[in-house]
Structures are given as structure tokens and as C-alpha cells.
Design a protein around this ligand. Structure first.
Ligand code: SAM
Length: 246
């Protein structure tokens, strides 16, 4: 198995930073939804946001990801929580989604639209939205103007198109979308649902690969990501953007 999937395994609470309170807060701005909205969750992982969307709406949700072990865990939870009639999972890449025009009331993507390209997703995915449909993304953003060189160099090498919140707002408006609201997710949602369990995983993998120096070196890179956040979390994080397609 690729090391990344061993580190970010399906047993983590979720695969990206976030929390149910933030999902709920973002959803509260979707005030003009039909009673049973049709929702697409892109890059759903093992589905913490998907399940929260099912609890918050009376809608039907298509949860899409290209890593089957995440979907297996989600499918299990769907069964246990009796959401089988409302959530469908699909193993498919977001890079070649082929849906009809005007299909969804909401396209939701927490921490995953960057894989398609944040800017390109703003452009292309509007095609799948009904008129007055909502696009809701969380995206990694700079929070401050003066950024220490160490974290700037680190994140720009990981994610060269990373922008600050204001630049993303300008981008959103330039794509013809109305920005309804935006907010930053709390620092705690990086630790509680992701980095604390991830650190435990990394420790276990250190033991498993104790005789494999190459893998141990790769594991250090995941620890570095966490260390960077520990040191510089005031400078960056995830921002939710709640947008309306006209
Ligand atoms: C940072 S995680 C976010 C997961 C989830 N939305 C959450 O907030 O917990 C990104 C997700 O995108 C998925 N992903 C990566 N490349 C993809 C692709 N080409 N098509 C669909 N999903 C993809 C990964 O498997 C992973 O579940």
C-alpha cells in the first residue's frame, strides 16, 4: 500500500482538517434549499462531512472519492446510521466527473477541491449546479500578511498556488459566483480529528518500518507537516467559502 494511505488511513476520524461544528456552520448559510436537496460531496474520504450533511439536510447525497478503503468505512457507517436510502458512495476520480448540467443543488468539498485545482473547480463545477445552487469548499489559505520564511517556503513548495483569503475572494467573484459567507475553521479541528490521531499512526509506523530507512525518512515528512502547523498555525489554515451560483 502507498505509505500516504497507511499514514492517512481509513480509521482516522477524517482525512483532512475539519469538524462537524464547522460543517454545520457552513451549511446554515444555505438558506434557499429545496426540502430534499441533491448534494454532491467531492473527495469525501471516510465521510465525516458526508454524514453530517445527511443529518443536517433531508437530501440525497452522492459521496465521491477514489480510494475504496475510505468508502468501505463510510459504507459501513451509512448502514449503521440508516442512511442507505439517502447516501450513495461512488469510487470515481473528481478529475473526470461527467454529470448532466444543472444536476445538483449543492456541491460540497472539504479540503479536497485543491486536488482538481481550486480555481478550475470554481469554473468547471458550476456546470453541474442548478441555478441558485451552492458551491461550498474549504481551502488552505494564508491568514496573515507577514509570513515567516520557513513556513512560506515549506507551504509554497507543497502547494505553490496557495493564496490568502482576500485573493481567493477576488478569484471567487471573478468566476461569477456570489460569496455568501466565509470563515476560518478553528485550530482545534486540525488537532482533534486529524493531527493527534495521525501522530499516533506515525508512531506505530515507525515501529513497523524500524528497519526500513527510506520509509522512516518519508515518515519524517509527515511529522514535519504537523510540526509546521504546531509552530505556525496562526499564519494559515482552512477557510470555508460558501458561494452561490447565479
Ligand atoms: C484532505 S482529504 C478530505 C476528505 C474529507 N473531505 C474530509 O474533509 O475529511 C482529500 C480526499 O480526496 C480524495 N481524493 C484524492 N484524489 C482524488 C481524486 N482524484 N478523485 C476523488 N477523490 C480524490 C482522497 O482520497 C481524500 O479522501
Amino acid at each position: 500500500m502507498d505509505l500516504i494511505y497507511e499514514v492517512f488511513n481509513a480509521d482516522l476520524p477524517r482525512q483532512g482538517p475539519g469538524d462537524n461544528e464547522s460543517t454545520k456552520k457552513a451549511f446554515s448559510y444555505l438558506t434557499e434549499l429545496p426540502s430534499e436537496p441533491c448534494i454532491l460531496d467531492v473527495g469525501c474520504g471516510n465521510g465525516m462531512p458526508t454524514l453530517e450533511l445527511a443529518r443536517l439536510s433531508n437530501g440525497r447525497i452522492l459521496a465521491l472519492d477514489n480510494h475504496q478503503p475510505y468508502l468501505d468505512v463510510l459504507n459501513n457507517k451509512i448502514k449503521i446510521m440508516n442512511f442507505s436510502h439517502r447516501i450513495t458512495t461512488r469510487n470515481q476520480s473528481m478529475l473526470n466527473m461527467k454529470f448532466d448540467a444543472n444536476k445538483f443543488d449543492v456541491i460540497w468539498s472539504e479540503g479536497a477541491a485543491y486536488i482538481y485545482g481550486f480555481e478550475k473547480a470554481l469554473e468547471d463545477w458550476q456546470f453541474f449546479l442548478k441555478e441558485k445552487g451552492y458551491l461550498v469548499f474549504s481551502e488552505l489559505c494564508w491568514f496573515k500578511e507577514k509570513i515567516p520564511k520557513e513556513i512560506y517556503d515549506y507551504l509554497m513548495s507543497e502547494y505553490p498556488v496557495m493564496k490568502n483569503v482576500e485573493e481567493n475572494i477576488t478569484l471567487i467573484k471573478s468566476k461569477g459566483l456570489d460569496l455568501i459567507f466565509h470563515f476560518n475553521i478553528p485550530e482545534s479541528s486540525w488537532w482533534d480529528n486529524l493531527y493527534i490521531p495521525l501522530e499516533k499512526n506515525i508512531q506505530k509506523l515507525h515501529k513497523k518500518y524500524k528497519n526500513d530507512n527510506e520509509t522512516l525518512d518519508q515518515l519524517k515528512l509527515f511529522s514535519l507537516e504537523i510540526e509546521m502547523f504546531r509552530k505556525y498555525s496562526e499564519y494559515y489554515g482552512y477557510t470555508f467559502f460558501i458561494m452561490l451560483h447565479q
